[in-house]
Design a protein around this ligand. Structure first.
Ligand SMILES: Cc1cc2nc3c(=O)[nH]c(=O)nc-3n(C[C@H](O)[C@H](O)[C@H](O)COP(=O)(O)OP(=O)(O)OC[C@H]3O[C@@H](n4cnc5c(N)ncnc54)[C@H](O)[C@@H]3O)c2cc1C
Length: 603
């Protein structure tokens, strides 16, 4: 693994970013990619440009065979087994490298992004993470090389977000040798060409479902519904799967009886951060196509890229892409470091990976929500820049927009992930893994005190922005702390508050990631090399402050009253106040001019 092992004390726990300061030197950024990682990135890019981009049109016309063909070729190049240990036929690379591959292979079409994610993430990973040695040896080498393909069958007509409520049954035979699985699964990606399903079913009246590895054999009671007619990802196979007394050897149970829900959720943690990665290159490609068009399209005798209204869009699109990248690779490296630490402590690779990702489940949910919404907005503005042509299926924006839409729905809807992010943080606080209580109490006392009227020294680069982040964290602690106090264990019933708290949390993580990446790069490469990046970090933060102000106010007004409410509203004002408000127009011009002059996403 290409990482220097960090000490436990050097590594922040998941969610701790909120209460412990992260130094710029301690975040990993895309500028830190090793030579090996860059080579991997470039070879994936080359693969996509050679194999996928020229065939883009075919992906819009339900060419499922093409998806299978590309997946097989990806397998031949080793791209399906990047994270799989070498002894099981993979490349045995680190978590950051898997993110990189997922990022760059997914950008040209959502059909491949979905097929790749479903196969490598939720289709293969549960076996590498929870399988017995025999199960791993039997299935993983085939899946890692693309000889076989995997699918993940959790959702049912009556069990979507409520994933543990499935009705699919697994009945043990009298001789105890096999289970007989009967039930209906829905929306199963890769169903049309997979060789294995990870199926979740209930044994007797167990509280929790159980996972099974089921080989796709139509003669064993497995049948498929027709391909779903979908808004986007037209060449990703999505079908219902019916199991009718499908016999599965007892030794194909994954993990223990009743452990399926845990397996399903842990597989989704990885799936979520990978989905964020899978929404990065799509943004870069949309921005590049949009600026190329804007530079060529003449209206009122000038290229439309010269209009402020178009610059505004390009600047916002580039900023969100830059921040998405910053946050995704920051979290990916945290996970990689945590895995390395656990391996060094004697955990098996399997256990280390499981716990490493689980530790950052909060960040995985944050990224899933933020980046899936960024790609959606990016594609939407891409259409707008293309004008009428954007609405035409003959330009790349239309498909990008339709393909982006699914990312907000699968791997747990964005509503579920918002609630999870806050819920998991509160749970971690209750278990004592992240100390929110003391910092929240400190904020409460600060609110009672008199604010300082000293003029702060902001001569150091990004110091005001970093102070702003520290204040925004206080907003979260104030709002979430009071909500926990008020609602106690019933907090989860108050979804509007949870949604607001999640948005605050998300904006803090994303804005901080952009700032820290920029600060790190300015320190090592020189401030002058980071002019546009500085502008992006500031622009993102400016919006984050606005969003947080609105969300926090909503929450405060809905659960407090009287003096307490007045005090929190005053605190909110204090914690969201700039000393030197940035000139937003200027920032956007700086960013857009760079994108326009380079005629591509240049960061
Ligand atoms: C193209 C595609 C591919 C997919 N691939 C797979 C796959 O490979 N394997 C697989 O197992 N599944 C797959 N899915 C299923 C996907 O994970 C589910 O669609 C998703 O989890 C949402 O479930 P649902 O559709 O039943 O929506 P519902 O759960 O019915 O949700 C409907 C709405 O209600 C909201 N909601 C639900 N519960 C709550 C709550 N407690 N509080 C607040 N709001 C709530 C949701 O956020 C959503 O807005 C796929 C879906 C699609 C569309």
């Amino acid at each position: 693994m290409d990482t220097q092992i960090k000490n436990k004390s050097e590594l922040l726990r998941g969610g701790q970013f909120l209460v412990k300061e992260t130094k710029a030197e301690d975040v990993f950024t895309p500028e830190d990619f090793s030579e090996e990682q860059k080579m991997m990135r470039d070879s994936v890019k080359e693969f996509v440009d050679r194999e996928i981009v020229p065939k883009k049109e075919r992906f819009e016309h339900k060419d499922y065979a093409l998806t299978e063909e590309i997946m097989r070729k990806a397998g031949e190049l080793g791209l399906l087994g990047v994270v799989v240990p070498e002894e099981y036929g993979g490349l045995g690379m680190g978590f950051v490298t898997t993110m990189l591959v997922c990022d760059y292979i997914s950008g040209a079409t959502g059909s491949i992004a979905t097929a790749f994610g479903a196969h490598t993430g939720i289709g293969t990973l549960p076996i590498t993470l929870y399988g017995t040695e025999e199960q791993i040896r039997k299935y993983v080498p085939k899946l890692a090389t693309g000889e076989w393909f995997g699918a993940y069958a959790l959702t049912e007509p009556g069990a979507g977000s409520d994933a543990n409520s499935g009705k699919t049954k697994a009945v043990l035979s009298e001789d105890g040798k096999y289970y007989s699985i009967t039930g209906q699964k829905m929306w199963i990606s890769n169903a049309g060409f997979c060789n294995t399903f990870i199926v979740f079913a209930r044994i007797e009246d167990d509280k929790n479902i159980t996972g099974f590895i089921v080989e796709n054999d139509p003669s064993n009671g497995i049948s498929l519904g027709d391909e779903e007619k979908k808004l986007g990802i037209h060449s990703s196979s999505t079908r219902q799967v019916f199991f009718n007394e499908t016999k599965v050897q007892a030794e194909n149970m994954l993990g223990g009886r009743g452990e399926g829900f845990k397996i399903a959720m842990n597989a989704l943690n990885v799936g979520r951060i990978k989905l964020a990665a899978a929404s990065l290159d799509a943004q870069r490609r949309v921005i590049t196509e949009a600026v190329k068009y804007a530079n060529e399209r003449i209206q009122f005798k000038v290229p439309i890229s010269s209009f402020g209204a178009i610059k505004l869009k390009l600047a916002e699109m580039a900023t969100n892409a830059y921040v998405s990248e910053s946050a995704s690779y920051r979290a990916a490296k945290n996970i990689e470091d945590r895995i390395a630490l656990r391996v060094a402590q004697g955990n098996s690779h399997q256990e280390a990976e499981l716990k490493g990702v689980e530790e950052y489940a909060i960040e995985c949910s944050i990224l899933k929500v933020a980046v899936s919404e960024d790609i959606q907005n990016c594609a939407d503005e891409g259409i707008q820049i293309f004008g009428g042509m954007g609405f035409s299926a003959d330009t790349p924006m239309e498909a990008a927009w339709r393909d982006a839409r699914i990312a907000r729905i699968y791997e747990g809807t964005n509503e579920i992930n918002r609630m999870l992010a806050v819920g998991m943080l509160v749970k971690k606080a209750m278990k004592g893994h992240v100390d929110l209580l003391n910092p929240a109490q400190a904020v409460a006392s600060e609110l009672m005190g008199i604010p300082s009227f000293e003029t702060p020294d902001y001569s150091e680069l990004l110091s005001e922005e970093k102070e702003m982040i520290a204040k925004l964290k206080k907003v979260f602690l104030m709002v979430a702390g009071s909500a926990v106090q008020k609602y106690g264990t019933e907090l989860e019933e108050h979804q509007q508050t949870l949604m607001a708290a999640a948005d605050i949390l998300i904006e803090i993580y994303m804005a901080e990631s952009g700032i820290l990446r920029t600060e790190k790069n300015a320190k090592r490469f020189g401030k002058d090399t980071q002019k546009e990046q500085l502008a992006m970090a500031q622009l993102y933060l400016y919006h984050a402050v606005d969003i947080i102000t609105v969300k926090a106010k909503e929450a405060i007004l809905s659960f407090s009253e009287g003096d307490e409410q007045r005090m929190m509203l005053m605190g909110l004002k204090r914690f969201t106040k700039y000393q030197n408000t940035p000139n937003i127009g200027e920032l956007r011009r700086t960013i857009a001019d760079k994108v326009i002059s380079e005629n591509q996403y240049p960061f």
